[in-house]
Design a protein around this ligand. Structure first.
Ligand code: SF4
Ligand code: SF4
Length: 175
């Protein structure tokens, strides 16, 4: 019972006891995560145009969104991610051409109840009237100057010689 195995096990324990510690006392202490860590999602609703490219890019159909037409634009009313099926592959973030969807470094997305797992990023009512958009720049800012363009040269087509003159010239050459 107390043979070679016990001695070998105690040797490993003794060696590891003095080795540098790689674990930390979570949650009081946490490891720093890399800069490009794929953690919890955030959505910039002001940038999102509810185009649905991110939902189409997702291989697991994690993203579902609803939109409503207000005036001439689409208004995002609901954006939900069934995060329990997410691969954290980043295809949705890459596909967003408005730079609205991002990863954060927050990896703590655990929930006690299953129904609370889906990540609701937007849930709101659409306004009755189109929202006023902020003016670009402002009145104080100088308007960009346009460079004066040189007038283009027009090509004038040479008039063709009348047919009678050209026939007379041909007759003289023949005599
Ligand atoms: S990270 Fe990948 S799996 Fe998760 S929502 Fe985005 S595209 Fe889908
Ligand atoms: S997050 Fe980006 S890709 Fe997804 S609906 Fe909004 S604008 Fe489109």
């Amino acid at each position: 019972m107390f043979g070679k195995g016990l001695v070998k096990g105690l040797q490993i324990t003794w060696k590891e006891f003095w080795a540098p510690k790689l674990t930390v006392q979570y949650p009081e202490k946490q490891h720093t995560v890399p800069e490009r860590f794929h953690g919890k999602f955030v959505l910039d609703v002001d940038k999102c145009i509810a185009c649905g490219l991110c939902a189409n890019a997702c291989p697991n159909r994690v993203i579902s969104l609803n939109k409503q037409k207000v005036g001439k634009k689409q208004y995002l009313t609901d954006y939900q991610m069934n995060i329990q099926y997410c691969l954290f592959c980043g295809l949705c973030v890459e596909s967003c051409n408005k730079d609205a969807l991002h990863f954060t470094k927050d990896f703590n997305m655990n929930q006690y109840f299953y129904k609370n797992i889906p990540l609701v990023l937007v849930r709101r009512e659409a306004p009755a009237e189109p929202l006023e958009e902020p003016a670009m720049g402002g009145e104080d800012q100088p308007k960009p100057k346009l460079k004066p363009q040189a007038p283009k040269e027009e090509k004038v087509a040479k008039p063709a010689a009348p047919a009678a003159e050209s026939e007379a010239a041909a007759g003289k050459e023949g005599q």
